[in-house]
Design a protein around this ligand. Sequence first.
Ligand code: LLP
Length: 437
Amino acid sequence: HGNSRINEKGHLEIGGCDTADLANKFGTPLFVYDENLIREKSRAYKKAFEKSGFSYQVAYASKAFMSLAMCRLAAEEGLSLDVVSGGELYTALKADFPAERIHFHGNNKTIEEMEMALDAGIGCFVVDNFHELEVLHALGQERGMKVNILLRLTPGVSAHTHEYISTGQEDSKFGFSIHNGQALEAIKQALKMEFYNVLGIHSHIGSQIFETVGFVEAVRKLSDFLLHLRDETGYEIKVLNLGGGFGIRYTEEDTPLTADQYILPVTDEVKKQFETAGYALPEIWIEPGRSIVGDAGTTLYKIGSVKTIPGIRKYVAVDGGMTDNIRPALYQSRYEAMLANRAKDEAEEVVSIAGKCCESGDMLIWDIKLPTVSPGDLLAVSCTGAYGYAMANNYNRIARPAVVFVKDGQAEVVIARETMDDLVKLDRIPTNMLASN
Ligand code: LLP
């Protein structure tokens, strides 16, 4: 997919770069991002909104993969940015991402984080709960500035799909429920607060969703709520943020829609609901993360030990694992892979791909058909661009991989490989132990 192909040497090539050369030059494990594919995905959402006729913002959910380079790319593509922590915000600001296009999420923003965001002049806070509603307002008041906010609501929708991370239901740590009166109460309060500019509402129903029914259902419930809100207060929203959650194809079982197919039925529903009610059409914002970067990322691993248990299983171990991709261990996520250095060889045996961590659960792929592998072969696991590097960790003091962007035959490091020194950089030896040496 994307800008990948198999070259004359029988090697997998991504963005015009031979993956065997990339592995030699940058080492393994290595995250390789097809830069043009990220750009195409970003543009597809924007094009869908152009067709819809709505004013819009496409905010990249940076939790999926965050780095200075990714912020630059998002800025160049005219995306907005969804951040959820001081660290993501700091990264965005370091990359000179336009502050007014940054949206700040999270169910427990600290005072320090809110102050940092206010001082940077970010575009909007997505207020999650009553505590934040009070604290953020006080901070705005201290500064004598009106703070742009959306209120995060839980519409009580479950998106119909076999595997997604659900957040739209009432029993959730996120947001104000529209069913128990808290959403109404929160917006009424916010409208009375002098240092708030209430732009509208937000809802995010889940992740890795393959159908539009959940989004359409959310729009209906939110529309009913908004009409009720208008009756009570006369207030009409200017912004309707429908969150992210658009799925990607990890394996053949996954059946994602195109950007048009995700967006247009939903914008049609907004139009229908709002026009019927004589309600001015809002701007629509979305927050895709996975579907912007997921497909574009491939992880290259070097194959090491191979253990055959006769009649049972062949374990093929790679030089990474749950430290660079925790999703199989955490969510039983499935991935596809190929031998990047022997991409034309016939797949002839079923093996399982193990990571190198001291943990039986550190398996990347169970039962995948590959050519007979040898130590030193290069394994490419596809669709690792979202929540892979972002959730990477240093379990077993394994250094995090490097990340490269490839494009038109050029490869550039965008996150350097962690070094052994990095791993001990923050360690301190207590004085009594220093003395005893
Ligand atoms: N907006 C909000 C408020 C969110 O909570 C999320 C994801 C997104 C947008 C972006 O969703 P996306 O388009 O990427 O599906 N670590 C999990 C995914 C957690 C998603 C958390 N929130 C995974 O690896 O599958």
